[in-house]
Design a protein around this ligand. Structure first.
Ligand SMILES: Nc1ncnc2c1ncn2[C@@H]1O[C@H](COP(=O)(O)OP(=O)(O)OP(=O)(O)O)[C@@H](O)[C@H]1O
Length: 577
């Protein structure tokens, strides 16, 4: 909640002027029943017709000024709330960008999207018309009470005595609605996630003919959402008519008691009309209390959820005084590195010395820790033991942005944006004017198939690269990494969808880049055989290492893989034919 005051404070003048306009408009409103009273008592009953035109002019003047002030009030409330919400959404988005990989491991996209859209919208409603009506109704209540007392204290007391009952019902209503709303909001996030995952994975759903199951899953979520909404409507239906009935009953009571006072000539007819008017002004805030507290309650619940994201701290942080080296050679050294995810050790005693420009290939069974190992270099995760050095400096001491700028990663799971091929390739490039798109496209074997497309590099590819083959997507993501021209290149199983020939051409082009230190995770011997060092991982430990020839001589795991992949070229005792 504290956070929201920081934003409101920034636009306090908007709110102050809006509230001032509101107060003047309301003060003018208060004159209307008084003028009506004078028209009834003095002009109609008393016969002083000569003041009628002045009274009518005053009524017109009040109505006009009220309209102008009303416009100023609404405009300022709207503009201030829209500005605040724009800033909250931006800050929230910026903050989400700063969060580390581990945060996203445990969150689903639908939930984050719900915070950014539905919850921020709830804050907007509350800061705009919600708070405006709340302040307005509270002032109406106070002023109408004062006006009633100045008219007749008996009627004033009678009106006020009935208000707590309406207020009590409104508060109960708000409490129950608030509880259900919280559930509706969580359910909405779940519904979003289900829909989002289904649409994103529609091809997989169709391939596995799981449409029925997915529809059922969505319908169940939707049914629960419906049930909660009906429950909310039920609560409204239970309390709202009672509040409505009480409001009307109060009016009848005032007219009856006031009528008796008129008969007894305690008050004039004009006073009764004015008192009835002020009583209705008193009832409205009470009646709206439920609705307003509901909006404010929703806003409060949403703010708590938004705050939870804001309170999330990135687990990977910059050092207090981060180092920004002047020049990077690209020497990467792992010293006794280990890694645990939630207490489970996935890497143990890793020692690697990757000299500038060298190629380190990593092989191993699935789940052996290959991706985890390379993910430590750009600090997607921090090692839990040992240290990693870049040119002799612990990477935890290097400015995080600087460090990541030195590294290009082609991830296992290719992600392309729905944009042109050129923009996708230029994604990580700072100096977009001087990037040699053609060279990187040729090196990544992208150039030929792009040139066959009608719009070439300007071809817009669908979401996540829809419209391209798996191999084409991988090649574009390799081109994207090469275009970044960083000192360290990580290819995490980046050529798995490529045919041997294309993979070979890309590997050669990358090998020729002597200025880059390369980490290549691959399963094919052909992709790793020219590496300066090949590392075989098993259960998070290096079980074999050396060059292609050295490993073949060892006749260990690498040799077995080599034999498996080149079957037919050997005799039964694994001797070359
Ligand atoms: N973010 C994470 N949180 C928790 N555990 C993880 C995380 N990422 C990986 N793991 C676990 O760490 C182990 C190593 O995973 P990793 O992805 O590094 O293996 P890999 O050798 O790259 O596998 P593959 O060849 O299938 O990609 C696995 O047991 C995996 O379940």
């Amino acid at each position: 909640m504290k956070r929201i005051w920081k934003y409101i404070n920034k636009y306090k003048w908007y709110y102050l002027i809006a509230i001032l306009s509101m107060m003047i408009a309301m003060a003018l409103d208060m004159f209307n029943p008084r003028l009506t009273k004078i028209i009834i008592d003095d002009v109609i009953v008393g016969g002083t017709t000569e003041i009628l035109w002045k009274l009518l002019l005053a009524l017109i003047g009040i109505t006009l000024s009220r309209a102008i002030l009303g416009y100023i009030k609404e405009y300022l409330f709207d503009i201030a709330s829209s500005k605040i919400v724009k800033e909250i959404r931006k800050d929230l988005f910026d903050h989400i960008q700063t969060l580390s990989f581990s945060y996203f491991d445990g969150m689903n996209t639908g939930e984050i999207l719900s915070r950014l859209s539905e919850d921020v919208d709830n804050v907007w409603h509350a800061l705009g018309f919600g708070s405006m009506l709340f302040i307005e109704q509270m002032i109406y209540f106070i002023v109408a009470t004062i006006m009633l007392f100045t008219l007749n204290w008996k009627i004033a007391l009678l009106s006020l005595a009935t208000m707590p009952l309406i207020a009590y019902l409104a508060v109960i209503l708000e409490k129950q609605i608030g509880e259900v709303y919280e559930k509706i909001s969580d359910q909405g996030a779940l519904l979003n996630t289900t829909a989002q995952e289904n649409v994103a994975g529609v091809r997989l759903v169709k391939a596995f003919a799981r449409e029925r199951y997915e529809i059922e899953k969505f319908l169940n979520q939707n049914k629960e959402n419906y049930r909660l909404n009906v429950k909310q409507a039920d609560i409204w239906a239970k309390y709202h008519p009672i509040i409505e009935f009480l409001s009307n009953a109060i009016s009848i009571l005032i007219i009856t008691v006031g009528g008796l006072l008129v008969i007894k000539e305690d008050i004039s007819i004009g006073t009764l009309v004015a008192a009835n008017f002020y009583t209705s002004m008193l009832i409205w805030p009470m009646r709206m209390l439920g609705w307003l507290t509901n909006i404010l309650g929703q806003c409060n619940a949403s703010l708590k959820k938004i705050d939870k994201i804001f309170n999330e701290k990135p687990t990977i942080k910059n050092a207090e005084n981060p180092i920004t080296p002047k020049f990077v050679k690209g020497h990467i050294k792992f010293e006794n590195v280990s890694l645990e995810y939630d207490g489970v050790k996935v890497l143990k005693n890793i020692n690697i010395d990757a000299k500038p420009g060298s190629t380190i290939a990593i092989m191993g069974t699935t789940g052996s820790g290959k991706s985890s190992l390379v993910n430590l270099i750009p600090r997607f995760y921090d090692c839990t033991g040992g240290r990693i050095l870049l040119d002799g400096i612990d990477i935890k001491d290097i400015d995080l942005n600087f460090l990541r700028n030195q590294i290009s990663v082609v991830m296992q799971d290719v992600f392309l944006f729905s944009d042109t091929i050129e923009e996708n390739i230029k994604f990580g490039v700072k100096d977009t004017e001087n990037v040699d798109i053609v060279r990187v496209a040729k090196d990544a074997q992208v150039y030929d198939f792009v040139m066959e497309m009608k719009d070439g590099f300007n071809t817009i590819i669908g979401e996540r690269g829809v419209g391209l083959s798996g191999g084409q997507k991988q090649r574009i993501s390799i081109a994207r990494a090469l275009a970044k021209e960083s000192k360290i290149l990580i290819l995490d199983d980046a050529t798995s969808a490529l045919d041997m020939e294309t993979e070979y051409k890309i590997e050669r082009a990358i090998e020729n880049r002597n200025e880059i230190t390369k980490f290549i995770i691959a399963h094919r011997i052909s992709a790793v055989k020219n590496a300066d060092e090949i590392i075989i991982l098993e259960n998070g430990e290096i079980v074999e290492r050396g060059t292609h020839d050295e490993l073949l001589k060892k006749k260990g795991k690498y040799y077995d893989t080599y034999f498996e992949q080149t079957k037919g070229l050997y005799t039964e005792n694994k001797e070359v034919v």
